[in-house]
Design a protein around this ligand. Structure first.
Ligand SMILES: [Zn+2]
Length: 442
């Protein structure tokens, strides 16, 4: 109230549209070109290579017929058929002749979107204590692409690549943890010992795995980094600068004041757990809102300069109250991600999967299109892949998610046990990737 950013729409648009992301984070090469390098405005390498997705080789042709297509990248929201050939989007039209397609999926008015991009999950199954199975919890429920955020560090990354990235059908890419171990155990935070935040090893690992590492992750929080948070963030930034990639900072009860940490984020960097509890007298100085519930100047400034505020719901990082206070001041998340991990997928959730997180935002008043933009076009642009994924444009990867919108009374719980009852729930029905169709696994 009385805050300088009082117009929710203006602010929401200013910070949700993909054009707010600095040019250096865009990959501008056209689909299908062999352009292997792209150079940012600064002249340094922004993204190492045009991604090639080998799963396309086994693809066959699929026609998805009679759905309500919601593709914010093209402003599509209506009845369209979608044809996939050789694993790429071949045609989107109001009617496509079903003759001659190897597989025709009649979707009967269900919702058809580009495959979701979950910008925050933990899928280093079997090694990291957080790790879950990507194909079960992500791909089968609509997320064709997942970013693993720091489960692996310089000394565990080759195993992550060999045993997870190259094995799962989900397209998995990663942000490398600034800690050499990544997130192996919950007995001791990965940055409690500053020696683990090794700049040279991180740079070397990123150079070796540039095709799958898209940035640097650092967890600033009392349990993860303790008093080392500021130095760890500075080292993560040093790595990000050296390799020309974004950095993502996790926040949770930081020892260093949040204002100091937020000030360090550059345009195109990401903040995750942005809407963890803050804005109440009990939460003190913890998040993006002051204890009086006002958006911090440091947070407003970060948004102004193009820092992306990601959700990263997780087990302890999403508050309905905080989100609503932020929305009243015109702040919406830039991207909606799940932070799916071993401790929030069980019977008590509270995350379960990305479509459930989206449903919470439908309850909060986002339109389906606004919510889908934040799991498709915007995260794709955040990692510089907006031409290839997160879109149903002809020539893009043939990643498609199909959902049912279940109406009725649906109970949604945030990370702090607050319950809201929504009228709509997005439920996965089929996911298509590489020309293959996946049924939801529960
Ligand atoms: Zn996480």
């Amino acid at each position: 109230m009385g805050h300088k950013h009082a117009d929710p729409q203006a602010r929401a648009h200013a910070h949700s549209a993909t054009h707010s992301i600095p040019r250096r984070h865009f990959l501008t090469a056209a689909v299908g070109t062999a352009a292997a390098l792209t150079t940012g405005l600064s002249g340094r390498r922004a993204f190492a290579s045009t991604p090639t997705f080998p799963e396309r080789e086994q693809a066959w042709d699929v026609l998805i017929r009679g759905g309500r297509v919601v593709d914010p990248s093209q402003g599509l929201n209506g009845r369209f058929d979608v044809g996939i050939r050789d694993g790429r989007i071949a045609e989107v039209a109001q009617v496509i002749d079903p003759a001659g397609w190897r597989e025709v999926i009649e979707v009967d008015g269900r919702i058809v979107t580009p495959g979701f991009i979950d910008l925050h999950a933990h899928v280093f199954e079997g090694i990291s204590h957080y790790g879950i199975n990507a194909d079960k919890y992500c791909l089968s429920r609509g997320s064709t692409t997942v970013l693993d955020l720091g489960s692996a560090g310089a000394q565990t990354f080759s195993s992550f690549r060999k045993n997870v990235i190259e094995v799962q059908a989900t397209r998995i890419r990663a942000l490398l943890n600034i800690s050499v171990t990544g997130m192996l155990t919950n007995l001791r935070g990965e940055l409690q010992d500053l020696e683990y935040a090794d700049v040279d090893r991180a740079i070397e690992t990123i150079e070796q795995h540039r095709d799958v590492i898209l940035g640097v992750k650092v967890r600033a929080g009392s349990d993860q980094s303790g008093p080392n948070d500021l130095i760890a963030v500075e080292r993560a930034l040093e790595v990000a600068e050296a390799v020309g990639l974004p950095m993502m900072m996790h926040i949770a009860s930081t020892v260093t004041p949040i204002d100091e940490l937020l000030r360090l984020l550059r345009p195109g960097d990401l903040l995750t757990h942005s809407f963890r509890r803050s804005g109440t007298p009990e939460s003190g100085d913890e998040g993006i809102l002051t204890s009086e519930g006002i958006l911090r100047t440091s947070a407003a400034d970060a948004l102004e300069r193009g820092v992306l505020f990601d959700v990263g719901h997780g087990q302890g990082s999403f508050s309905f109250d905080t989100m609503e206070m932020a929305m009243r001041q015109g702040v919406l998340p830039s991207t909606i991600s799940s932070d799916l991990h071993a401790y929030n997928i069980g019977e008590e959730g509270p995350v379960y999967d990305l479509p459930t997180t989206i449903s919470k935002f439908l309850y909060l008043g986002l339109s389906l299109e606004e919510a889908v933009r934040r799991t498709t076009a915007t995260p794709a642009a955040a990692v510089g892949w907006d031409v290839q994924i997160g879109t149903l444009r002809v020539g893009a990867e043939g990643d498609v998610a199909i959902f049912e919108m279940q109406t009725g009374e649906h109970r949604f719980v945030d990370s702090y046990g607050a319950v809201r009852v929504g009228q709509e729930k997005l439920v996965p029905w089929r996911t298509i990737k590489g020309g293959r169709t996946y049924l939801p696994q529960w």
